[in-house]
Design a protein around this ligand. Sequence first.
Ligand SMILES: O=C(O)C(=O)C[C@]1(C(=O)O)C=C[C@@H](O)C=C1
Length: 415
Amino acid sequence: MEAPAAIRNTAAALSLPAPRARAGRLGGTRRQPCAAASCSSRGDWQTACAILCSNSNNKPKVNGQSQTTEELAPADSSSSSSDLVPAPSNLPRPLSISDLSPAPMHGSQLRVAYQGVPGAYSEAAAGKAYPGCEAIPCDQFEVAFQAVELWIADRAVLPVENSLGGSIHRNYDLLLRHRLHIVGEVQLPVHHCLLALPGVRRELLGRVISHPQALAQCEHTLTRMGLNVAREAHDDTAGAAEHIAANSLRDTAAIASARAAELYGLAVLADGIQDDAGNVTRFVMLAREPIIPRTDRPFKTSIVLAHDGEGTSVLFKVLSAFAFRDISLTKIESRPHRHRPIRLVDDANVGTAKHFEYMFYIDFQASMADVRAQNALAEIQEFTSFLRVLGSYPMDMTPWDSAPYTSSAASNQQA
Ligand SMILES: O=C(O)C(=O)C[C@]1(C(=O)O)C=C[C@@H](O)C=C1
C-alpha cells in the first residue's frame, strides 16, 4: 500500500468553497423519509439512506422550536491555524492547505483517508478494507471526513470502537455532523509493541506516549512490567513513535505497531503488550454515496435517533421494535444531544429535575433490503423525533486468526 501526503489543517479545509461534483452527493436533508418500503432502485435507496427526517410535527424541538435535521448537524466551526510539521523525506508528508483544493481524479487507485501517520493502525485498516489502495494520512478525524467530502479521497476509514478501550466518541459525533455514509466495516486485531530508540533500556524510561486508546489497551501490562512512569496522550500511535525518533527522546517509549518501529527506526522493547491478546478495533468505511443493501450476505445497519424526552419508555419501544422482529442489536451508544443536552422538569412539590438528553446510535444485524429492518424503522419513526440511517453495509466476517491483509479476506469488503 502506497501512502502519499497527509492532510493537515482543518481550518483551511472548512473554509474552502463547495467541491466540484457535489451534485453527486446524497443526503438531501429535507427529504421526506423513505416509507421503508422496498428500495428497488438506487434512487429509492438513496432516498431511504438520506436522513429519515420526520414530518413537521415530529421534529426535534429546542425551546419549543422545531429543528431541521440540518440544524442537528451543523458544520464544525472550530478552527486552528496552519501547523505544518516537516516529515522525514522518504515518508509521505502531511497535506497542507494547498493540497485541500479539489484535485482531479488520478488513476484508478482508490484513495482512502485515515487519521494518523504511516504505521498507524488506521492505515492498516485502510489496507485491509481496500487492498492496494492509496492511503492518505490526515492529522485529525475531521480532516478525513472533509477529504472525502472534498473529493480528495474516495473513502475514509475511521475507528469507532475497541474491544478493550470502548467507543471512540469523537467519531460518533462526527458521523452525525457530516453527511457521509457508512459503506463497510473492518475489524482489525491490534497488536501493540513498546518502542524506543535503539540502545535504550526499559529502566531508563520516564514516559510512555501513545494514542489514548492504545494507552488504555496496555494499562495493566505496563503496570505489570513495572513501568509506573508518566503516560502521555499523542494523536496516534505511529505519530508517537515518529515523535521519539524525530526528537531523539531517550527517556520516552511509544506504544505502536511493529510497522511503526520499522518506519521510524525504533527498537521493539516488548511485543504484544495489549492487556488482552484478542484486542480488536472496529473501523467503518465512509463514502459520499451509500451502497445498495443486499440480502445475500450478512449485513449490518447503523442508525442514530433522538426522541423528544416526553415519553419515558421510548428506548424500550425502540429495542422492542427490533426484538419482535428477531433482529439482533450489535451495539448501542449514547452521546449528549448537543442542541438540547439538559431538559428541566419542574414539579411544584418536589423541585426541578434535570434530565440529560441523548442521541442513540444503534447497530443492528440486518440489511435495509430486509423487510424486517424496513418495518422496524417505520415503527421506530412513529415515536422518535429524529432518525437517520448512517449506512447499511456488509459485516466483516473475516476469521479471527487470518492475516488482516490477505486479499481474499479483504476483497469482500470492497464497497
Ligand atoms: O493511533 C493509531 O494508530 C490509530 O489508528 C488510532 C487507534 C484508535 O483510535 O483507537 C486505532 C486503533 C487502536 O485501537 C489504537 C488507536
